[in-house]
Design a protein around this ligand. Structure first.
Ligand SMILES: C[S@@+](CC[C@H](N)C(=O)[O-])C[C@H]1O[C@@H](n2cnc3c(N)ncnc32)[C@H](O)[C@@H]1O
Length: 357
C-alpha cells in the first residue's frame, strides 16, 4: 500500500527549514517530521487527542519536532519557510481549503506550501492553491497521490472560512451560530443534536454540561432554559470547537458559560452538573462513547439527568445500563435519545428514571 509520505522524495529538494507539518493523520505527520529531520520543525494539530497521538508517533520513530495544538493554523507565528500539508484522500474538503488559506499566513514571504494529496489524480488542490497563492506546481499522478506547491507572495488579508446557521428550540429564542471547517456539522445544526435538545428536561437554575460541544449550539440552546441562576459548561478535545463555542456562547448570551479543552474529561468538577448532554462521535472508536457514558456518571449531581443521542441504541443501551442501572429510550427524528439518571450507588441502582416528554 502506498502512503502519503511516499510523496516526500518527489518534493524533498524544495523543502527548506523551518518546516510546519500542518494537520494530517498522526503517522504521516510524524513520518514527515522524521523525513524533514531539521531543527525548528513544528507539527500543528487542532485536536488535543490527535496532538498526543502525533507526539506518541514521533517518540516511536525517534524524531524531534514540537507539537502545537491551536484553534487555527494561522495562530502560529509566520516563521516558516515550508508548510507541508499531508491531506489524506478521506480528509474533509472544507478543511483542506481552510488549511491552504491559513498556510499562506504562517509562511515567510517566499516560503512554500506543499500539499500532499492522497488522490492518485487530484483535480482540486491546484485550484485551491491558485486561488490563494496565484500559481501552483504539481507532480504527475501516481499511486501514492500527487504533490502541489506554491510560493507565498506579499501580505494579504486573511479570509476566514465560516458558515453561520440558525437554530431554535420550540419554546426558545432563535439563535445564530458560527461554524468552521474541521468541526462537527459544519454549516448546519445536526439533526441528532436537535432530537436530543428537544427532549432534554432542563430547568431554571440547572448547571448543564455540553459534552463534546463542537460549535456549542446544544449548550447555547439549553442555556436559554437555565436562566441567570444556571450555567453551561462546554467541553471538547478540538480547540477550534472550544473557540467557536466561546464565540457562540457570547453572541447568544449564554448564562455563566465555562469552557474546557480536554480529552479525558479532566478539569470538570465531580458531582458538578444537573444535566449532561452528549452526542458522541460514532465514527470514532467506541472508547469515546464509553468515556462519554462512564465518565459522565461521577460528574452528575445526585438526581442529575443524562442524555445521549445515537443511531445505534443496541450498542449504547447496554453501556448505559452498566453505568446508570437503568435508562429510557425515546425516538425522535429518526434518532434514539437515551436518558438516565443518578439515583444511588452504581451499578444497577434502579429507582426512578426521569421521563421526558
Ligand atoms: C458528534 S460531535 C457533536 C458536536 C456538538 N455537540 C453538536 O451537536 O454539534 C462530537 C464532538 O465530540 C468531540 N470529542 C471527540 N472526542 C472527545 C474527547 N475525548 N473529549 C471531548 N470531546 C471530544 C469532537 O471534537 C466533536 O466536537
Amino acid at each position: 500500500m502506498k502512503h502519503l509520505t511516499d510523496l516526500f522524495p518527489a518534493v524533498a529538494a524544495r523543502v527548506k527549514p523551518p518546516v510546519c507539518v500542518a494537520l494530517g493523520p498522526p503517522w504521516p505527520a510524524a513520518n514527515l517530521a522524521e523525513a524533514v529531520a531539521a531543527p525548528g520543525t513544528v507539527c500543528y494539530q487542532q485536536d488535543l487527542h490527535q496532538a498526543t497521538r502525533v507526539r506518541e508517533c514521533l517518540a516511536e520513530v525517534g524524531a524531534e519536532a514540537e507539537v502545537v495544538a491551536k484553534p487555527d493554523l494561522w495562530d502560529l507565528e509566520p516563521v516558516f519557510e515550508t508548510v507541508l500539508f499531508p491531506a489524506a484522500a478521506t480528509a474533509d474538503r472544507d478543511l483542506k481549503i481552510d488549511v491552504v488559506e491559513q498556510a499562506y499566513h504562517v509562511l515567510k514571504p517566499g516560503g512554500l506550501l506543499i500539499s500532499l494529496s492522497g488522490y492518485e489524480r487530484d483535480s482540486q488542490f491546484a485550484k485551491w492553491h491558485k486561488k490563494v497563492f496565484g500559481k501552483c506546481g504539481e507532480t504527475p499522478a501516481s499511486k501514492a497521490g500527487m504533490a502541489f506547491w506554491s510560493v507565498r507572495g506579499e501580505d494579504q488579508k486573511r479570509r476566514r472560512h465560516e458558515i453561520t446557521f440558525h437554530a431554535k428550540l420550540p419554546d426558545g429564542p432563535p439563535m445564530e451560530f458560527a461554524s468552521r471547517p474541521g468541526t462537527f456539522s459544519y454549516g448546519r445544526f445536526d439533526n441528532g443534536s436537535r432530537a436530543m435538545v428537544e427532549l432534554a428536561d432542563v430547568r431554571p437554575g440547572d448547571s448543564v454540561l455540553d459534552l463534546g460541544c463542537g460549535n456549542g449550539a446544544v449548550g447555547c440552546l439549553l442555556g436559554g432554559k437555565v436562566g441567570p441562576a444556571g450555567s453551561v459548561t462546554f467541553v471538547d478535545s478540538n480547540l477550534r470547537a472550544v473557540a467557536l463555542a466561546e464565540e457562540n456562547a457570547a453572541a447568544n448570551g449564554c448564562p455563566n458559560p465555562k469552557f474546557v479543552a480536554a480529552t479525558r474529561l479532566e478539569g470538570l468538577p465531580r458531582k458538578g452538573f444537573d444535566v449532561i448532554v452528549a452526542n458522541p462521535p460514532y465514527y470514532a472508536k467506541s472508547e469515546i462513547t464509553q468515556l462519554f457514558v462512564q465518565g459522565s456518571r461521577e460528574l452528575l449531581k445526585p438526581g442529575g439527568r443524562y442524555y445521549i443521542v445515537t443511531k445505534m441504541p443496541t450498542a449504547v443501551v447496554p453501556l448505559i445500563f452498566q453505568t446508570f442501572g437503568d435508562c429510557v429510550v425515546h425516538e425522535n427524528r429518526g434518532y434514539a435519545v437515551v436518558t438516565a439518571g443518578v439515583f444511588g450507588p452504581p451499578p444497577l441502582a434502579g429507582g426512578m428514571i426521569p421521563r421526558v416528554r
